[in-house]
Design a protein around this ligand. Structure first.
Ligand code: MRU
Length: 349
């Protein structure tokens, strides 16, 4: 692995199959699942074998490669119609992370341009999506770490690392870069109920890469801030609206509220592919509701009183006004708003 403190790849293309590190089994079992059809990939996204906004988009792009290969082999004339239904199936896998729809649109454009066997062009596009994500993460790592003006501990939520992206990570990329530069001395990681992305995945990645990590229950974050243990909270995003509102893992919003109250700065790190300029504000972002069983049971065992119901939104929306810095590969936007977002997205487009 070329970069320090970055030893994991969760999404791997193997010529005739997509291999995904099964994130449901971590940290106890490290097993790659081999997927050979778009239906396999859609199910893997739905079931969270692969998760994290950029990783979902990359996996779906490879899913389109698998779809097109199979459909073209079956019918070299009418393959486009059949691939259209595979695209719809992949798009229906999860609703909040816009990277999924962004990646599928890129693949659709290649399909529209192609004549003859589309496999090579689609594979090149999926690989480009994957490589661009890795490059964006490294750029964001540098930009975000440059904001950490003094050595100290940081707080993060969910998993935004190599497991959630093409590699290196978004918020965790900033943390990796900050650690390498001597600016991050320790990472406090929310356990991230109910799926435990923090304790199962972030802690696993950081421990593997030799970065000191301390877990806390999500509800302890405000107390951690009150004790003055962290200067920055650094998180990722699943979708950012045109006014800078940020949808991310449930619990991010109250972290941002607590951070503002305690004078802790709040950084959101996400590639431009996570920005959805079609939505004027976070109120329009579709929020995935997940099964009540995720709260009512733990490792298959009931943990809640019989008869209790559960409200289980997987994401929440943090208003732009609570974001001190939004880092994309295009640059840093301080206190984002509609005008700054428009300028940032227009600059390179
Ligand atoms: O439900 P998940 O695990 O897919 O949610 C992931 C998150 O909320 C991440 O913070 C986000 O996707 C950014 S990952 C770089």
């Amino acid at each position: 692995m070329p970069y320090a403190h970055d030893a994991v790849r969760a999404v791997v293309w193997r010529e005739d199959a997509l291999e995904l590190l099964d994130q449901r089994l971590l940290p106890t079992v490290e097993r790659y699942r081999r997927l050979t059809s778009a239906a396999d990939v859609a199910q893997a996204i739905r079931d969270m074998v692969v998760r994290g906004a950029p990783a979902i988009g990359i996996a779906a792009a490879y899913g389109v490669v698998l779809a097109a290969r199979a459909r073209y082999a079956m019918d070299a004339v009418r393959w486009r119609t059949a691939v259209g239904s595979d695209l719809a199936m992949l798009a229906a896998a999860r609703p909040t992370a816009v990277n999924l729809f962004w990646a599928l649109r890129r693949m659709e454009r290649v399909i529209a341009r192609s004549s003859g066997d589309p496999a090579a062009a689609l594979l090149a596009e999926a690989r480009a999506i994957h490589e661009e994500d890795l490059a964006a993460n490294r750029r964001m790592g540098q930009l975000g770490a440059a904001l950490l003006d003094e050595r100290g501990a940081v707080l993060t939520h969910c998993n935004t690392g190599s497991l959630a992206t093409g590699g290196y990570g978004t918020a965790l990329g900033v943390i990796r870069e900050g650690y390498a530069a001597g600016l991050v001395e320790r990472v406090y990681a929310d356990e991230t109920r109910p799926w435990l992305q923090g304790s199962r995945l972030t802690a696993w990645e950081l421990a593997r890469d030799g970065i000191p990590v301390t877990l806390l229950v999500d509800g302890a974050a405000a107390a951690l801030m009150r004790e003055g243990r962290v200067r920055w909270a650094i998180v990722g995003a699943d979708r950012i609206a045109a006014n800078g509102d940020v949808a991310n893992k449930i619990g991010t919003y109250h972290l941002a509220v607590a951070a503002r109250y305690h004078g802790v700065r709040f950084m959101v790190v996400a590639p431009a592919s996570t920005v959805d300029m079609n939505l004027v504000s976070g109120a329009a972002i579709p929020i995935e509701q997940r099964a009540p069983e995720e709260l009512l049971t733990l490792a298959g065992q009931p943990v809640a009183a019989a008869g209790a119901e559960a409200w289980n939104p997987s994401f929440d929306v943090t208003p732009a006004e609570l974001v001190d810095a939004l880092v994309t590969e295009r640059g840093v936007v301080r206190t984002p708003d509609a005008a700054k977002m428009m300028q940032m997205m227009a600059e390179v487009a």
